[in-house]
Design a binder for this molecule. Sequence first.
Ligand code: RB5
Length: 147
Amino acid sequence: MRIVVGADHGGYRLKEEIARFLADEGYEVEDVGTFDEESTDYPDYAVQVARAVTEGRADLGILVCGTGIGMSVAANKVRGVRAALATDCYMARMAREHNDANILCLGGRVLGVGSALEVVRTFLEARFAGGRHARRIGKIEAIERGE
Ligand code: RB5
């Protein structure tokens, strides 16, 4: 599975841990940056990860900023993205099972590394449940089409 990761300065350290974890687990990882703690703008990374997912270069994306909020707001502006902010494993599992989220957003100033890696693992191992949830995703896609 190909995972694209990105972060601003607030998420840089956690993103590095996540990228290392993913590689160790055997995932193919693309890292769009940022690559240090110098102040930067989260939409610049959100859009890169969002496009990598919607254009099919990655199966799923992970975005990290200070809270995860800015990344989720920005990534969800790209058509076809369902970016979910998760602060625990339950949210991460539901994001995949019910919302078919294709990007996980995390707060580097919210979660410790151990908790964050469990959230990442849960997100990647969960599967979309389909059924009534597919109908609801269809309604989101209709909104995107302006219907
Ligand atoms: C940067 O200070 C911070 O605003 C950013 O990382 C993020 O938390 C925004 O939502």
